[in-house]
Design a protein around this ligand. Sequence first.
Ligand code: GDP
Ligand code: IMO
Ligand code: MG
Length: 431
Amino acid sequence: MKADILLGLQWGDEGKGKIVDVLAPDYDIVARFQGGPNAGHTLEFDGHKHVLRSIPSGVFAKGSITNVIGNGVVLDPVLFRGEAADLEADGVDLHSILRISKKAHLIMPTHRLLDAAGEAAMGKGKIGTTGKGIGPTYSDKISRHGLRVGDIISEDFENIFKEARDRHVRVLSEMGASVDFADLKQKESEWLEAIDYLRGFELTDTEHFVNKALNDDCSVLCEGAQGTMLDIDFGSYPFVTSSNTVAAGACTGLGIAPGRIGRVYGIFKAYCTRVGSGPFPTELFDATGKEIRSIGHEYGAVTGRERRCGWLDLVALRYAVMINGATNLIMMKSDVLDSFEEIKVCTAYRLPDGSVTEDFPYCVGRDAEGPADVEPIYETIPGWLTDISAARRYEDLPATFRNYVKYIEEQVGVPVSIISVGPDREQTILR
Ligand code: GDP
Ligand code: IMO
Ligand code: MG
């Protein structure tokens, strides 16, 4: 069997959690390949809402599905324990359905302090991170200083931890950041307790586990976090996250060879949103932007921050489809546009020198707060002015809506296979 991937094509929060939950019953394994508790993946069913951060979105699916936290993930033991406890309280027997890679890196309390200090030092140019210590943890991984899940079974673990902590404290002091040592001590003892809790899980060489499963004809769905435009290499650097959110990240983040990848599901909203700083060419600063935010409840699942809203950007979408080799598209939150008479779609950018491009350029602005230095060129499409949230078959959707879908398919060159018309699991149309 080949492994399929589901990942975000925009700036995150496209609805990955919802669709992984919908597709999970068709798979034997659901595996997260990168990111950490910066993610907030929302699932809704039976009138309940669940937000997952580090744990894969296959945990609620019926059947014998194994969920894997891959080596590409960074794990905060304290947040993991909280998330796991919530799931166990909801009746999920997590210990029996979850495997955690020994090669996943651990987020320490001092990583969060470093994240905050780094942001404070950047002042107006800050990235607007989630403050979860993501950047510093991946930095330690790359500079070969990181602590891994597999280390926690070592008798020497507390010493390894203390050495890393002391190094972080030295860096913090060089940065001029003040450290509340009493608070840090408290957080560290909580952290070490959470490490003990983590020891009770199936710590696994997940690359072997996943590859053996594929050899045995088991199906695997790789779940991405964040989105392509937040990728460390291909996103709007430096306003990105610190991991490879693109399809290639599933190979390195799980140990799956490129030839074993099957479908790549690219998920996008019928419009665009972004949390944190950085360029966002189609951002709307007017009443329409506010309306999209209010109808779409565009507030961060992790930080509660307002999401910036704008029209669908086909320049960025085509770029994301290219980088990921997306084979299938999934369009989310289509219902949010139900009441708009006209819908705009950005088809090209006008660059500062006046030329027009359909290719996403090197840099669309390094200014954290100001508008992007490209001007979006729009096409206007008539809205459908119909409540589509109760539709369950493609044929039930109004012709104007289907034209919008057809237009996107033509522009991007990939079929839209799934359409979401509301947050609930049931509000999903499979074509
Ligand atoms: P993720 O990070 O990609 O999993 O996405 P988030 O969970 O952060 O954000 C998606 C938000 O939109 C969540 O609040 C979902 O409940 C909600 N949502 C998902 N699909 C739809 C949809 O089709 N329509 C509406 N109105 N809301 C949706
Ligand atoms: P999901 O998986 C949206 C953004 C942050 C910030 C930048 C860097 O729910 O789609 P970080 O804490 O990663 O160093 O922050 O990336 N960001 C996200 N935005 N959805 C996410 O995850 C995000 N994870 C990080 O807002 O701009
Ligand atoms: Mg999210």
